[in-house]
Design a protein around this ligand. Structure first.
Ligand code: NAP
Ligand code: ZN
Length: 352
């Protein structure tokens, strides 16, 4: 066991503050990573404030962060994929049982024994729960570590490890989206990646936003059209016309308004995870034989596929790089939808 500097929250009501946490020594299959950048996901905020208490209560101290990019500093004796000095990425998963049907289908995110990067029981018992990437280093089984394209800007790569795969996976799963009308609801961290991927796969991309000020950015990011969702007239014009909608909203909202945007057999996939249940009107589904589904991150192989795709197509997140000392301010800005379009923490700030 060794000690690492980190930012943690002591309770749901506490701000994040400097702390020292235990990390395990590298075992045979582990790599140790010096963290360079860590993206700030809205899930970090939900977890720190215990907003998902009914599903996944938060254990304190809580060290969030699951959009990790860094450099390998040490490898265990059985490690084959990495060597010291390599760039590496870690997303939301750090372990699974490797034997269940989901693991065998490369869908480790659905393994009943999956270990998430933070707030999951720590099988290595370095601490009661796993601690995430708001830290100077992390030790991870190499099977959950990704290769990062060296050509991309690392601050903008970090968010691909969650926001990237979470939007890439459901768009790919939908099928051949070329020429289809695809909506992305909410232009935040996930949403702006959804726009980039939907556009890269050839969809006719429409952004739904509550922030009229994001209109130009949405078009620059790849949208063909933008709908201000608070404008009933604009919404009505597009009713019944969408093939697919990706809903990334982090807060309570009227899902029926978006179901009514779908055409026959259209699908909404929820990736946003609001604290409170959504209220679905049966009629919004019945008319048009519409579907409402959900999706959570992606498996390790698909995450690597997404990173390779980003390397080939020069895709990264649009980031505002912040020092770790600004993290509490960043959370307040997330709550006001004031982020363009992902905060990425420069972890060098943790040393100073
Ligand atoms: P984010 O950066 O805060 O973006 C969320 C966006 O939703 C905002 O920028 C805003 O966009 C819109 N929005 C916020 N409040 C709204 C409201 N009351 N009504 C309508 N729109 C609202 O958050 P994120 O990091 O992208 O995460 C989004 C959600 O996905 C969170 O709940 C997070 O926990 C969840 N998540 C899920 C997965 C998964 O695997 N399924 C992975 C990561 C995150 P506009 O300003 O454009 O309206
Ligand atoms: Zn996330």
């Amino acid at each position: 066991m060794y000690k690492a500097r980190a930012y943690s929250a002591a309770s749901a009501a506490s701000p994040l503050a400097l702390d020292t946490i235990p990390r395990r020594e590298t075992t045979e299959r582990d790599v140790q990573i010096e963290i360079l950048f860590c993206g700030v996901c809205h899930s970090d905020l939900h977890t720190v404030r215990d907003e998902w208490n009914s599903v996944m209560p938060t254990v304190y101290p809580c060290v969030p962060g699951h959009e990790i990019v860094g450099r390998i500093t040490r490898v265990g004796s059985a490690v084959t994929k990495f060597k010291p000095g390599d760039l590496a990425g870690v997303g939301c998963l750090v372990d699974s049982d490797h034997t269940c049907p989901s693991c065998q289908s490369n869908l480790e995110q659905f393994c009943p024994d999956a270990t998430f990067t933070y707030n999951s029981p720590d099988k290595h018992q370095a601490a009661p729960v796993t601690y995430g990437g708001y830290s100077e280093s992390i030790v991870v089984d190499e099977r959950f570590v990704l290769h990062v394209p060296a050509t991309l800007d690392l601050a903008g790569v970090a968010p691909l490890l969650c926001a990237g795969i979470t939007t890439y996976s459901p768009i790919r799963r939908w099928g051949d989206i070329r020429g289809k009308k695809a909506g992305v609801v909410g232009l935040g961290g996930l949403g702006h990646m959804g726009v980039k991927f939907a556009r890269a796969f050839g969809a006719q991309v429409v952004v739904f936003t509550t922030s009229p000020g994001k209109k130009e950015d949405a078009l620059r990011l790849g949208a063909h059209e933008v709908i201000v969702s608070t404008n009933a007239e604009e919404m009505q014009q597009h009713a019944g016309t969408f093939d697919f909608i990706l809903d990334t909203i982090a807060a309570d909202h009227d899902i029926n308004a978006y179901l009514n945007m779908l055409g026959r057999d259209g699908t909404i996939t929820l990736v946003g995870a609001p604290e409170k249940p959504l209220e679905v009107s049966a009629f919004a589904l019945l008319f048009g034989r519409r579907s409402l589904s959900g999706s959570i991150i992606g498996g390790i192989a698909e995450t690597q596929e997404m990173l390779d795709f980003c390397g080939q197509h020069n895709i990264t997140a649009d980031v505002e790089v912040i020092p770790i000392q600004k993290i509490n301010e960043a959370y307040e800005r997330l709550l006001k939808s004031d982020v363009k379009y992902r905060f990425s923490i420069d972890m060098a700030s943790l040393k100073g």
